[in-house]
Design a protein around this ligand. Structure first.
Ligand code: 48H
Length: 269
C-alpha cells in the first residue's frame, strides 16, 4: 500500500454530498410516469421495458436488496427454472441459461438477480431501496389512481407515526408478489374501485404460468398488476420456482402501459 494517495475528504463533505445528491434525485422522483412497487422479477422486468421506452420510471423496494423471491430459488437451492418463450427475456438481460430439455432452462439465482437489476438500471429506471409503498393517491370522477404513498421501511417497522410522502405517477404497478400489498390496501381504502383480492390457490405450475400472464393488466384507471400479485388478486394457482411467467408478466404490463400512456400524451390524467 506504499505510495497509495487517497483523496482526502472530511465527514461534513461526505454528509453534504449524500444529502444533496439524494435530494436532487428526489426532486425528480416526486412526479414520474410510472411507479413500480417491488423489485422482484416482475417489477425489474417491467421497469426495464418502461425505462427503455423513455418513460420516467421508479421502482420502490421495501428491502435493502433487489430480486424479491428469486434469491430463494427452489427451497433455497440456488437454481430456478425458465421456460420458453421467456428465455428470450433472460437472454436479453444477459442471464446465462442451461438448456435442460426442449424449451426448458435453469439459471443461477444470483445471476438472474444481478442481470435483471443492472438491465433495469442501464435502461434508466431508478431503484430506491428501503422505501415501502403503504397507500395510494386517488381522485374521483372518474375514480383513478394518481400515485403512491411512501415511507421509509424502518419507520414502518418502528411503529412510530410519521406522516408519509406522496409520489405522483401516471401509472402504478403492484409487483409486490404473494401479498399483493398495494391492491389489498386499495380494496380496503378505496371501496368505489370494487377491488376484491381473492387470494392465490395451491400449486399447479403449468396452469399458473399461463394464467399469470393472462391476468396481468390494468385493475382500474392508473393501477396495474403484474407477477405473483396477479395470482393473489384473481385467485389463480401458484407455480413454485419457475420464473418464465414473472418475466413475461413484467414485459406484458410494460407494453400495456407504454401503449396507454402514448395514447394519452398531452391529456391530463
Ligand atoms: C415496496 C414491496 C412492498 C411494498 C412487497 O415476491 P416477488 O419476487 O414478486 P414477483 O411477483 O415479481 O415474483 C414472484 C416470485 O418471486 C415468486 O414468489 C414465485 C414465482 N412464487 C411461486 C410460488 O409458488 O411461491 O417480489 C416482490 C418484491 C419484494 O422484493 C418485496 O420486498 C417487495 O416487492 N415489496 N416493496 N413496498 N409495500 N411489498
Amino acid at each position: 500500500m506504499d505510495g497509495l494517495k487517497l483523496k482526502e475528504v472530511d465527514e461534513a463533505t461526505i454528509t453534504r454530498l449524500i444529502v444533496k445528491d439524494a435530494a436532487d434525485d428526489w426532486m425528480g422522483l416526486a412526479k414520474v410516469d410510472v411507479a413500480v412497487v417491488g423489485a422482484g422479477p416482475s417489477g425489474l422486468t417491467a421497469g426495464m421495458y418502461l425505462a427503455k421506452a423513455g418513460l420516467k420510471t421508479v421502482i420502490f423496494e421495501r428491502r435493502l436488496s433487489t430480486g424479491g423471491g428469486i434469491g430463494g430459488g427452489g427451497m433455497l437451492f440456488h437454481k430456478l427454472v425458465v421456460q420458453s418463450p421467456a428465455d428470450r427475456i433472460a437472454r436479453a438481460v444477459g442471464c446465462g441459461l442451461k438448456e435442460v430439455g426442449e424449451g426448458l432452462y435453469t439459471a443461477d439465482t444470483s445471476e438472474m438477480i444481478a442481470r435483471l437489476t443492472t438491465s433495469a438500471i442501464d435502461a434508466g429506471a431508478k431503484i430506491i431501496l428501503g422505501v415501502s409503498v403503504n397507500d395510494l393517491i386517488y381522485r374521483k370522477e372518474p375514480p383513478r389512481i394518481t400515485g403512491v404513498v411512501i415511507q421509509w421501511t424502518p419507520v414502518i417497522l418502528s411503529g412510530l407515526h410519521v406522516d408519509p410522502l406522496g409520489v405522483e405517477s401516471r401509472a402504478v404497478i403492484d409487483c409486490t408478489g404473494h401479498e399483493a400489498e398495494v391492491l389489498t390496501k386499495a380494496s380496503k381504502r378505496i371501496p368505489e374501485l370494487k377491488i376484491h383480492v381473492k387470494g392465490e390457490m395451491s400449486m399447479w405450475a403449468r396452469e399458473a404460468e399461463r394464467l399469470i400472464v393472462e391476468k396481468t393488466g390494468e385493475v382500474c384507471p392508473g393501477l396495474y398488476v403484474a407477477g405473483m400479485a396477479a395470482a393473489t388478486l384473481h385467485g389463480t394457482p401458484r407455480m413454485g420456482p419457475i420464473f418464465g411467467g414473472m418475466l413475461l408478466s413484467g414485459e406484458k404490463v410494460a407494453k400495456l402501459i407504454i401503449e396507454r400512456l402514448e395514447n394519452r400524451i398531452g391529456q391530463d390524467l
